[in-house]
Design a protein around this ligand. Sequence first.
Ligand code: AMP
Length: 114
Amino acid sequence: MPDTLFDKIIRREIPADIVYEDDDVLGFRDINPQAPVHVLFVPKTPVATLNDLTEADALLVGKVVLAATRWAKTQGFAENGYRVVMNCNRDGGQTVFHIHLHLLAGRAMHWPPG
Ligand code: AMP
């Protein structure tokens, strides 16, 4: 799959405000935050869209979710709550084709999201 912006951030070729890292996942602040806390959690192994996931990726996706929830618990807002979003393709609003989880927190979220 073609290189994306997120591959360049993972390789430290372009700067990002990195808040979390482990062997499989990187977390960094979104450049255009939609909430007081807006962090993107990305697998270091790229997959373009949610549609491209297979059974073989189940552990990787679980690690992305756990990285986000583990980090949330260190930040003091987990009890109040937060939202996670994964956009897929055009109608889902996906703009970077390397799957990522948006973690949004620090304000009350509305539903439906619109
Ligand atoms: P999505 O629209 O779900 O594909 O999300 C892509 C996200 O990447 C958007 O929320 C953008 O604001 C964010 N983004 C784009 N460029 C950067 C960057 N250089 N550093 C951090 N976040 C970025």
